[in-house]
Design a protein around this ligand. Structure first.
Ligand code: ASP
Length: 438
């Protein structure tokens, strides 16, 4: 009976650790065994891991849509909606700018890449993928065909259309009520689907970890240790320092309680490397565990997953200094200021999906005249850093959501301070007898 007390987060954490160990062992001792590669790593673990990420992605569009309709109809006041939008946008920009400034400062002091063998760099064959220009990003906010926006999961277009649609539900008054009531129920159902999917998370996370570490091997980090550790240290400083100070000062809430409740979200982000795929868990945590009202969370969370990337900006800041050092290029203060501006803008134009940070980095390098092929150098360790920075990205999303909610008085501090609020406990799915799992 007592074993049932283990929370889902603890269980996921244990499975994640087990996956990491097993994956590293397979990499070290069985990387040339065909059976292991074909049937386990690229077979079983690949299938289970991909099914898990797909199950999460499956929830994103319907959850954001229903939740946002409820949120806008719940606010009922268009001015407030504008205020929440503006506040969150400014805070997202601020946290990203702080993140990259911290990254550039620390990297300049530590100086990773000095004395690096340039011969290595010339082996690189990175070709920069096309990054969208800012004008296109702005024009593309409006979907020419909402169905296509939904089908492609284009988050900014979905947010734009859903808000417009929901405001119009409000505008038609009484006759719109059944629609918002239906959206409320559908949202409840989707939240329950999230809870159900969270029950398979330990195994999904385990499979993803085994696959990643079996393929990657931690040994890859060694030649890049200076770059890797500066990024890792700044990521930790930002997540446990900058963001927590902002939470304390602007949000007047306890950073410790926040961090504790964010653990599951960070693990999901870490193992999926995607802020977007993590939206269902971030949203659930913001509402049920941190006590943020749906009216604020439904908008700020998906918005943040798309435009806010603190961790990615940190990687870009350190990578810029690293590559400049490797190639012996002086960027100077204007160069670095351009990098900060570009990184903030680039984060708006690119979605929170795995590996997108490198595309943004190519944009930044082009702008300041650093050799784009230098990116090939850091690609080897990017998979692992992607996991870490995505965990920081989602921490930033939830921190800003909490701060905005606090300023709008749309957060229940009772829920926030209750350590057990919204815990997913280990329970069996209903089998005739009902049991609440959220
Ligand atoms: N994977 C990151 C995210 O989804 C983006 C990146 O840095 O590549 O937030």
């Amino acid at each position: 009976m007592a074993a049932k007390k283990m929370t889902m987060t603890t269980k996921i954490l244990i499975w994640m650790g087990a996956g990491l160990v097993l994956g590293s062992l397979l990499n070290a001792f069985a990387s040339d065994v065909d059976f292991v590669n074909d049937y386990l790593v690229m077979g079983l673990f690949h299938v289970v891991g991909t099914m898990f990420i797909t199950a999460l992605k499956m929830l994103v569009v319907p959850l954001v849509t229903f939740s946002l309709i409820c949120g806008v109809c719940g606010i009922g006041d268009i001015n407030k909606l504008g205020r929440v939008g503006l506040k969150s946008f400014l805070l997202f920009m601020l946290t990203t700018a702080l993140a990259i400034t911290l990254a550039i400062t620390v990297a300049t002091i530590v100086g990773p890449g000095q004395g690096f063998e340039l011969a290595e760099a010339s082996k690189g064959n990175f070709t920069a993928p096309e990054a969208p220009p800012l004008t296109k990003v702005i024009i593309d906010l409006i979907p020419s065909n909402p169905v296509a926006a939904y089908a492609n999961g284009n988050m900014l277009q979905i947010i734009f259309f859903t808000i417009l649609f929901s405001v119009c539900i409000l505008m038609i008054g009484e006759r719109g009520k059944p629609i918002s009531a239906a959206a409320e129920r559908l949202n409840e159902v989707m939240m329950q689907v999230v809870t159900v999917v969270m029950h398979i998370a330990p195994y999904g996370v385990f499979a993803l970890m085994v696959k990643t570490f079996a393929l990657q091997g931690v040994g890859l980090i060694l030649p890049m240790i200076s770059y890797f550790s500066v990024v890792a240290v700044v990521l930790i400083l930002h997540a446990t320092g900058t963001l927590m100070i902002l939470l304390k000062v602007l949000g007047r809430v306890s950073p410790m309680v926040f961090l504790k409740k964010m653990r599951a979200v960070q693990i999901f982000a870490f193992s999926t490397s995607s802020s977007n795929a993590t939206i269902p868990v971030t949203l659930r945590t913001a509402e049920k565990r941190l006590g943020v009202e749906n009216s604020t969370a439904s908008f700020v969370v998906p918005f943040g997953a798309t435009i806010n990337m603190d961790g990615t900006a940190i990687m870009q800041g350190v990578a810029t200094v690293f590559i400049a050092n490797v190639y012996g290029i002086e960027l100077g203060i204007t160069g670095y200021l351009t990098v900060i501006g570009m990184a903030v803008l680039a984060s708006i134009g690119t979605a929170g999906v795995p590996g997108v940070g490198l595309i943004m980095l190519a944009m930044v390098f082009n702008q300041v005249g650093l050799p784009v092929e230098g990116i090939a150098l850091i690609m080897g360790v990017d998979r692992l850093l992607d996991m870490m920075r995505t965990a920081v990205n989602v921490t930033g999303d939830a921190a800003v959501t909490t701060i905005v909610a606090r300023s709008e008085d749309s957060i229940s501090m009772e829920t926030f301070n209750d350590p057990n609020a919204g815990n997913v406990e280990e329970v069996h799915l209903p089998h005739g007898e009902k049991k609440t799992v959220s």
